[in-house]
Design a protein around this ligand. Structure first.
Ligand SMILES: [Zn+2]
Length: 477
């Protein structure tokens, strides 16, 4: 889109076109392929443009391929005999006169059937869908509602937690009652992997009887080579997506799964598994996560509950089971570690008593561990600072905050938001200065672990080792 601009030319006030505007006011060029047919009607230039357009349209029309209707079906009608045969052997709707195939002509052996006999029994095989109800399913199958509700009650008594979606149900319906629905004679289904349930109509009406099916409860042990990718190697060995994800999560607490594993390392998993005597199988949760590294030795982990906390624990460091490291308060790179540093503002070397995280202004800061807020306020060069007191004489502080969201006395849980990153106090830019103290003395945060309070009871350690040995011994390959 162009815009007119009034340009003062030497004070004369003459309107001048901006550069690059339409050249229509310029002298007409002698010949052009493109002519504006709205200008200079019937001039020589107009006729020349019109002739060019006509020539181009004519050429395009001559070169264009011919358009002809496509033949969709052979022309012509079949003969009367062919039409009758088409109708007899073809599948046509009944209202179009279909007889669904040629009829037999009545003779001594064949006589026309005037009434179709009613089937005395109907056998159905159905599967229950997710969110479906067994009484609804039976009514949809043509059973009497009263019978369907009775069967649903019996099934519920045998399997109070409900039956799994996809369970096969064999139904036998009896003769048709007035109203078109049928009574239920027999229903057979699996009320669980280990219970077969049969409901039969007897002298006292519908009665259920359950049969116990033997189950092999031995877990499965799956071992193999890590190869090009651990996840797909696991899946290729028959590990379910859920168990594979749990395994990677467990390993990730001990090593960097992406970087620390080589193709010749070997994975080792034990997964809960149930197999019924009739052949059905049911996978369960991951019980044991192990890896045997060519370079770095073996890791053996079990899911274990200790002090009310269930997590993956490493068998090799049983003595450290209860020692939990502090969680980092922010996610970001460490820009300055614990130790002697040259201070950029004070211009002399001094002890850096904490760790600096280079994170953006306004990033959330969370508590490293459960504890209570011992102070929250301005602390000189530290700016806005929150200090937390934890168990076993350990404390942490978070400095240069832009905003604090806790007050002295607040009880915080590990991972709870306490404030936001800023650059308050003696600071050259947004970062978090994080300190930890043991008995009031600043120590390297990387060295702090909570031990002692929940030291592993030797009996617990023995149970852990026994469970590990049992799983590795009983796991079927
Ligand atoms: Zn610092």
């Amino acid at each position: 889109m162009y815009q007119w601009r009034e340009i003062e030319a030497g004070g004369a006030g003459v309107a001048v076109m901006p550069r690059g505007f339409s050249p229509s006011l310029a002298a007409p060029r002698p010949w052009s392929l493109v002519v504006d047919l709205a200008d200079d009607l019937f001039s020589a230039r107009w006729w020349q443009g019109a002739a060019t357009l006509a020539l181009l349209c004519g050429t395009a029309g001559m070169l264009a391929p011919r358009a002809e209707p496509l033949v969709a079906a052979p022309a012509g009608q079949p003969s009367a005999a062919a039409a009758r045969e088409y109708r007899d052997i073809g599948i046509t709707s009944l209202d179009a006169g279909s007889r669904s195939g040629p009829r037999l002509v009545a003779n001594q052996q064949v006589e026309p059937l005037l009434v179709a006999p009613e089937r005395a029994q109907v056998e159905l095989g159905v599967r229950i869908g997710a969110g479906d109800r067994i009484d609804h399913l039976l009514i949809r199958s043509g059973a009497l509602p009263l019978d369907a509700v009775r069967v649903a009650g019996l099934v519920h008594r045998a399997a109070p937690r409900g039956i799994d979606p996809g369970t096969a149900i064999a139904i036998r319906l009896g003769g048709r009652e007035p109203g078109g629905l049928r009574s239920i004679e027999r229903v057979a289904l699996r009320a669980g992997l280990d219970v077969g349930l049969v409901i039969v109509r007897g002298a006292q009406g519908l009665v259920a009887s359950a049969t116990h099916i033997a189950i092999d409860e031995r877990p499965r042990r799956i071992r193999g080579r890590v190869g090009d990718g651990l996840y797909w190697s696991l899946r290729g060995s028959g590990v379910t997506p859920q168990a594979a994800a749990d395994y990677l999560k467990a390993l990730a607490t001990k090593l960097d799964v992406g970087a620390d594993l080589g193709p010749d390392d070997r994975f080792d998993l034990v997964i809960a598994h149930r197999r019924a005597a009739t052949g059905e199988e049911q996978g369960g949760p991951l019980l044991y996560a192990g890896i045997d590294r060519v370079g770095g030795g073996a890791i053996q982990m079990l899911k274990w509950t200790l002090g009310g906390r269930t997590a993956w624990f490493d068998a090799a460091s049983l003595s450290q089971i209860s020692s939990t490291a502090l969680a980092w308060p922010v996610s970001g790179p460490i820009t300055s570690g614990f130790g002697m540093r040259y201070h950029p503002i004070l211009h002399f070397a001094r002890m850096h008593k904490g760790i600096d995280f280079g994170v953006r202004w306004g990033s959330p800061i969370v508590a490293s561990a459960d504890g209570v807020v011992s102070r929250a306020g301005w602390a000189g060069g530290y700016g806005r600072q929150v200090r937390l007191a934890h168990a076993a004489g350990i404390a942490t502080s978070y400095s240069h905050m832009s905003r604090m969201v806790v007050e002295p006395g607040t009880i915080v849980r590990q991972g709870q938001l306490i404030g936001y990153v800023g650059t308050s106090g003696l600071s050259t830019g947004a970062h978090l200065h994080y300190e930890t103290y043991r008995g009031g003395v600043a120590v390297n945060p990387r060295s702090v672990r909570f031990t002692g309070a929940a030291a592993v009871d030797p009996a617990e350690a023995a149970r852990f080792k026994a469970r590990l040995a049992q799983l590795l011994a009983t796991g079927r390959s």
